[in-house]
Design a protein around this ligand. Structure first.
Ligand SMILES: Nc1nc2c(ncn2[C@@H]2O[C@H](COP(=O)(O)OP(=O)(O)OP(=O)(O)O)[C@@H](O)[C@H]2O)c(=O)[nH]1
Ligand SMILES: [Mg+2]
Length: 447
C-alpha cells in the first residue's frame, strides 16, 4: 500500500531517529524532504503546505533553535494522522435500519463496493439488501445481480427501466417495507465523467428522493490530484458524510486518497484492498499512518498476541533476563511463532524485525519444529543451558544423534544466536527507540 511514499517517509524517520537534537536548519531540511515525498505521492499541494507549516510551528515553538528528534517524529505522526481523518468506526444502532448511497465517478469501484459492504454487514449478522440505481451503463444491472448471487444477498433491480426517475419512484414508494425487512439498504448509483452535468443532477435528485442516512463517496486510490475536485463536486452535490477508498492494493501514489478525508471533511470508513468481495476492511487512520511511517501495524500485532495469550494458545515467553535465554526458551518462542501463523505478514511490516529475522525463521512449520525438538533432545544438559559451547564436533554428534543433517543443525544454532542477540539489544534499549517514539506518539494522540 502506497509503497513509494512509505519508503520515502521511512527514510526520513531513519535519518532523524539517530539524532537527539535537531537544529532549525535540520528541521527545515526534514520538512522539505517531507514535502517532496508527499507531493510526489500526489497529495494536494495546498494541504502539504499547511501540514508543513503546522509541523514547523509546533516543533520550533517560540523561536527555539532546536528540537528533540522524538518531538519531530511524534508531531509528524500526529499531523499525518490528522489529514488521514479522525478515528471513526462505523457502527449500526440496534433496531434502526440505515440506508447508504454510494456515489462517485465511473470505474472507481462503486458496484464492487456495494457488494463488499453488503457482505461486511451480513457477516456481522445484519440483513443487507442491494438496490441497483445505475440505469445508464449497459450490463450494470447484471453486474450487481451477479454480485448479489455470489454473496447471497437480495438484490432489487429493474432491468427493463432505463428511466432513473421511474426506478427511484418505485423503490421510494416501497422503502418502508424494505426498512422493515432489512437492517442495511445499499444503493449503487451510475458513474459518469466529471464533465457530465447530468451526473450531478441525477445524484442530487436521487439523494433528495431516497434521503439516505449515509452518502459515501467511493474513490479509487489511484486518482491522484483529481481527488480534490471529485471530493468538492460530490460534497457540494449531496453533502458527503463518509468516504470509501478502493484499490488500495494497486496504487503506487494514492496521495489524493489518503487526504480524501481532509478534503471532504468526512471520515474514511472503509478501504477496498482487492477485487474479491472479502478484500475490504474498516479504515483506521492511526494504524494506516503507523504503517506508512514504517512502524508497521503494531496495534494489530499486540492485539493478536494478547488474544492468543488470553485463550492460552500462546505461552508467555517474556524473558526478563537475557542470560536465562537458552535452547528451551528458544524452542517455546518458536512454538509460539508457529501458533501466530500469519504473523509473518505482520512481522515483515515491522522494520525492526524484518531486517533482522531471516524469512525461514519466520516460517516455522510443523516439520521444522519437529526437527528442532530432535536437535534439542540430542543436546546435553550443559549444551541446552549454554549453547555458546557448541562447536563443529558437537554439531556432528548432535546431527548423528538427532538424524537432522549437519547443515540444519548448524542453522538451528545460528538462529538461536541471532535471536539471543536481538533480544539482548532490545533489552539494552538499543533497538526499540523507534518503537518507543511511536508508542509515545500514539499516547499523545489521545491527550
Ligand atoms: N484491485 C482492486 N480492484 C478493484 C477494487 N474495487 C473495485 N475494483 C475493480 O475496479 C473495476 C471497476 O469496479 P466497479 O465496481 O464496476 O466500478 P463502478 O464505480 O461501479 O463503475 P461504473 O459503474 O462504471 O461507474 C472492476 O474491475 C473492479 O473489480 C479494489 O479494491 N481493488
Ligand atoms: Mg457500477
Amino acid at each position: 500500500m502506497l509503497d513509494n511514499l512509505s519508503k520515502s517517509l521511512c527514510k526520513i524517520i531513519e535519518n532523524i531517529s539517530g539524532k537527539n537534537q535537531l537544529n532549525k536548519q535540520e528541521v527545515e531540511k526534514v520538512i522539505l524532504e517531507l514535502q517532496r515525498a508527499l507531493i510526489r505521492a500526489d497529495v494536494d499541494v495546498e494541504l502539504v503546505f499547511q501540514l508543513s507549516e503546522k509541523i514547523k510551528s509546533t516543533v520550533l515553538k517560540e523561536n527555539a533553535i532546536s528540537t528533540a528528534s522524538d518531538h519531530l517524529i511524534t508531531t509528524l505522526y500526529k499531523e499525518l494522522a490528522k489529514i488521514c481523518g479522525a478515528e471513526t468506526k462505523f457502527e449500526l444502532k440496534k433496531g434502526k435500519p440505515i440506508s447508504i448511497l454510494l456515489c462517485g465517478l465511473f470505474g472507481n469501484g462503486k458496484t464492487t463496493t456495494a457488494g463488499k459492504l453488503a457482505l461486511y454487514f451480513k457477516r456481522k449478522g445484519k440483513r443487507a439488501a442491494l438496490f441497483g440505481l445505475d440505469t445508464t451503463r449497459p450490463g450494470a444491472m447484471d453486474q450487481i445481480e451477479q454480485i448479489g448471487q455470489q454473496i447471497e444477498v437480495p438484490v432489487f433491480i429493474d432491468k427493463k427501466s432505463k428511466d432513473i426517475k421511474q426506478v427511484v419512484e418505485k423503490w421510494k414508494s416501497e422503502i418502508n417495507t424494505y426498512k422493515n425487512n432489512f437492517d442495511v439498504l445499499i444503493f449503487d448509483t451510475a458513474g459518469r465523467s466529471m464533465l457530465d452535468k447530468g451526473l450531478v443532477e441525477e445524484i442530487k435528485y436521487i439523494t433528495k428522493e431516497i434521503r439516505p442516512d449515509y452518502r459515501f463517496l467511493v474513490l479509487g486510490a489511484d486518482i491522484g490530484q483529481s481527488a480534490k475536485k471529485q471530493a468538492e463536486l460530490f460534497k457540494n452535490a449531496v453533502g458527503i458524510n463518509g468516504v470509501i477508498l478502493t484499490k488500495m492494493d494497486s496504487s503506487a501514489k494514492g496521495g489524493g486518497a489518503i487526504t480524501a478525508s481532509a478534503m471532504t471533511g468526512a471520515p474514511v470508513y472503509f478501504i477496498g484492498t482487492g477485487e474479491k468481495m472479502e478484500q475490504f476492511e474498516q479504515f483506521n487512520s492511526q494504524r494506516f499512518v503507523s504503517e506508512l511511517l514504517g512502524y508497521g501495524d503494531i496495534q494489530t500485532l499486540m492485539e493478536k498476541i494478547e488474544d492468543l495469550k488470553k485463550s492460552k494458545e500462546l505461552e508467555d515467553t517474556n524473558i526478563s533476563d537475557i542470560s536465562q535465554f537458552d535452547l528451551n526458551t528458544f524452542y517455546s518462542q518458536m512454538n509460539s511463532m508457529k501458533k501466530l501463523g500469519p504473523l509473518k505478514s505482520i512481522i515483515s511490516k515491522l522494520p525492526l524485525f524484518s531486517q533482522k529475522i531471516p524469512d525461514d525463521m519466520l516460517e516455522v512449520g510443523e516439520e521444522k519444529l519437529k526437527k528442532y525438538k530432535f536437535v534439542i533432545d540430542s543436546c546435553t544438559k550443559d549444551e541446552r543451558k549454554n549453547p555458546e559451547i557448541i562447536n563443529l564436533s558437537r554439531i556432528k554428534r548432535i546431527a548423528q544423534g538427532s538424524g537432522v543433517p549437519e547443515r540444519e543443525v548448524a542453522e538451528f544454532f545460528k538462529q538461536f544466536k541471532l535471536m539471543k542477540t536481538m533480544l539482548g539489544e532490545a533489552q539494552d534499549g538499543k533497538m526499540p527507540k523507534k518503537y518507543k517514539n511511536m508508542m509515545r506518539a500514539m499516547e499523545q494522540q489521545f491527550e
